[in-house]
Write a protein that binds this ligand. Structure first.
Ligand SMILES: C[S@@+](CC[C@H](N)C(=O)[O-])C[C@H]1O[C@@H](n2cnc3c(N)ncnc32)[C@H](O)[C@@H]1O
Length: 319
């Protein structure tokens, strides 16, 4: 049997079915975001109105800022005009749901030092987690606040402007029960011109700042708790793989976190079939269609599991 077929909704394998019932999704080290089950659940999340500016390019960023200004002018309009103004991808809400349900307690506090879009904050709040995200970009934070204003929450997600390497200065206090973040992948995508935006830095400088941010976040994590970093490898200008995934594992270890689970998120192929030929024929580069989901534990994983409690899916409203 093909390894992926166990994920297929056509495969009514009894034991895999029971794993869906118990854990939302089979707790294997491959998350198949291409499969029907995943896509259908993602649609349910998107139907709720979650949205994020993640993945936008600079020109789209300014589109977003303009849209935001427009919306602020027509604030009383029932339908904010933001979505229609540009196309964008979002941080995967299904992955988000799984990470909260598997590795964080209901009512617990999540810290996200590189918040990016609103998805991790909104899903946290819908799943009764208290979320605080930090981002260097005020535009991003304004966009997230706007997104969040569309929902009613028990615990409203919070975003703070600041540098992930100086979380105390950004207003972070107390201890957290989960770290969940997705940092820039080096300069693969430049998010802003802010001098502390690590996506603007040469790799060695980027890595120093990133490592400092992992140390800083780990200090705010309670003992016996999990941390999840979603990262991806990328290449330098000569085409050599930087090894960012390995560097993230090392950064976690150096911050006192035990590297615990390594999973692959198999992402949509999208236009890859059209783009893959040249790089492969010219230099044997493989088209990248995955990201790495790295889970660490500070302290004892059994105690962290006890604290995270029973796995409960988000229960979507009936209509
Ligand atoms: C990879 S992006 C987030 C996109 C992401 N996939 C998401 O979850 O929406 C990382 C974010 O890190 C932010 N960032 C860059 N340097 C930062 C820093 N020094 N401190 C805090 N945030 C920073 C960027 O503004 C960007 O929003």
């Amino acid at each position: 049997m093909n390894a992926l077929s166990i994920y297929s909704e056509n495969n009514k394998n009894m034991s895999a079915g029971a794993l869906y019932d118990s854990f939302i999704y089979p707790p294997f080290s491959l998350f198949d975001a291409r499969a029907g089950w995943w896509q259908a659940r993602k649609k349910q999340w998107i139907k709720l109105g979650i949205d994020s500016g993640e993945g936008r390019k600079d020109h789209l960023m300014s589109g977003y800022a303009n849209a935001l200004t427009t919306w602020k002018r027509v604030k009383n309009s029932p339908t904010p005009q933001v979505d229609a103004c540009f196309s964008k991808s979002i941080f995967d809400p299904v992955l988000t749901e799984l990470m909260y349900a598997w590795f964080s307690p209901v009512g617990g506090k999540t810290l996200d030092p590189f918040a990016g879009g609103s998805v991790r904050g909104v899903v946290a709040a819908l799943m009764d987690r208290k979320y605080t995200g930090v981002d260097i970009s005020t535009t991003q934070i304004d966009a997230n606040e706007l997104q969040a204003s569309r929902f009613k929450f028990k615990h409203k997600p919070k975003w703070k402007e600041g540098d992930a390497a100086r979380l105390h200065k950004a207003g972070i206090r107390g201890k957290y029960d989960f770290i969940f973040t997705c940092p820039p992948y080096g300069d693969l995508e430049r998010y802003s011109d802010h001098p502390d935006d690590i996506s603007n830095m040469p790799y060695e400088v980027f890595l120093g700042a990133f490592r400092q941010s992992v140390i800083d976040a780990a200090r705010f994590l309670n003992d016996d708790c999990f941390a999840c970093f979603v990262v991806g490898d990328f290449r330098d200008k000569n085409g050599t793989n930087r090894g960012f995934v390995a560097d993230t594992i090392q950064a976690g270890r150096d911050a006192g976190l035990n590297f615990y689970n390594d999973a692959i998120l198999l992402t949509q192929a999208a236009s890859l079939p059209l783009r893959a030929r040249g790089p492969f024929e010219g230099s044997r580069k493989l088209g990248k269609t995955h990201q790495n989901v790295l889970v660490f534990c500070k302290g004892d994983p059994k105690e962290a599991t006890r604290k995270a409690g029973e796995v409960r899916p988000y229960s979507f409203p009936k209509n």
